[in-house]
Design a protein around this ligand. Structure first.
Ligand SMILES: Nc1ncnc2c1ncn2[C@@H]1O[C@H](COP(=O)(O)OP(=O)(O)OP(=O)(O)O)[C@@H](O)[C@H]1O
Ligand SMILES: CC(C)(CO)[C@@H](O)C(=O)NCCC(=O)O
Ligand SMILES: [K+]
Length: 249
């Protein structure tokens, strides 16, 4: 079946969109949060824009209820709730983005899996081979760490995420901030991964979210010995939505 549908993940800093034909994810893009629902939805297709009819089914996951409410009059609106996710032992307040991403990761790469989502917040979420949630962690994401340091101090400048990891022992302010944040995050995540792989040696480790590519590159520059076990996949949440929605097509 090739029915078209839209997937929308309402994240903390922006909206993440996916355009599907049946099971095939044809296009993904990000936009800023909406003030109102504009009709029709505009799908950026490389340099062109074309409009999607508002009758397309829209599958929505959201961690921001005020953004969800904007869609209440949309015709074919499927809102994903935690109860829809076929994973065991999820705690009631876990973010739907974490649940969807781990579901998508397991469906795509097999369970057990550990998902590391480098978003506004950085989260780790681990699922075992019985699709049971084992546990996870939440910390400020990369950009948030840089932003909060500069906004709460007088002398520390705001810095964009660098491509290069740089020297651990820095000798200017900018590089000291980069070193402090990045080396600390990397060692912390490595400890989580190593611990997880001790328990679940056959597990996949999947990086996703806005910072996934950067994190992978930093791990590479740091010569992380588990690099070959890391996968970058920006579409985990969409794979999770697909596995739920496809049943209804
Ligand atoms: N255009 C962009 N806008 C915002 N963040 C970006 C952008 N490009 C890369 N990033 C990086 O992505 C991170 C935010 O990730 P993402 O967009 O996945 O977050 P999010 O929308 O809050 O999603 P989630 O709520 O699922 O974490 C930031 O730490 C930032 O460094
Ligand atoms: C942790 C975030 C902000 C990551 O996007 C989101 O998943 C969320 O709002 N979670 C709720 C709290 C929890 O997951 O325990
Ligand atoms: K909050």
């Amino acid at each position: 079946m090739n029915q078209e549908w839209l997937a929308l993940m309402i994240g903390n800093s922006r909206l993440h969109w996916g355009y599907f034909q049946g099971e095939n994810l044809r296009h993904t893009w990000d936009t800023s949060h909406l003030k109102e629902v504009i009709n029709p939805i505009r799908l950026p297709n490389d340099y062109l824009f074309f409009d999607i009819s508002s009758t397309l089914p829209l599958v929505v996951g959201s961690v921001i209820s005020s953004q969800t409410k904007l869609w209440k009059n949309y015709q074919k609106f499927y809102f994903i709730k935690l109860e829809d996710i076929s994973l065991n032992n999820l705690y009631p307040t876990i973010g739907i983005d974490r649940a969807l991403a781990t579901l998508g990761a397991g469906e795509r790469y097999h369970f057990p899996c550990l998902v590391i989502d480098g978003g506004t917040a950085l989260t780790l979420t681990g699922i075992d081979s019985d699709r049971t949630f084992i546990g996870g962690a939440i910390l400020p994401g990369l950009k948030l760490q840089f932003d909060s340091l500069s906004s709460q101090t007088a002398a520390l400048p705001n810095i964009n995420l660098p491509n290069k990891l740089g020297d651990r022992w820095a000798n200017n302010t900018k590089n000291a901030i980069i070193s402090g944040i990045l080396y600390t995050i990397l060692s912390g995540i490595q400890r989580f991964i190593d611990d997880w792989l001790n328990k679940y040696p056959e597990s996949k480790i999947i990086l996703t979210g806005g910072d996934a590519e950067n994190l992978y590159n930093y791990f590479q520059q740091d010569n992380y010995e588990q690099l070959s076990n890391l996968i970058v996949d920006q579409n985990l949440i969409f794979w999770g939505m697909r596995s739920l929605y496809i049943l209804q097509l």
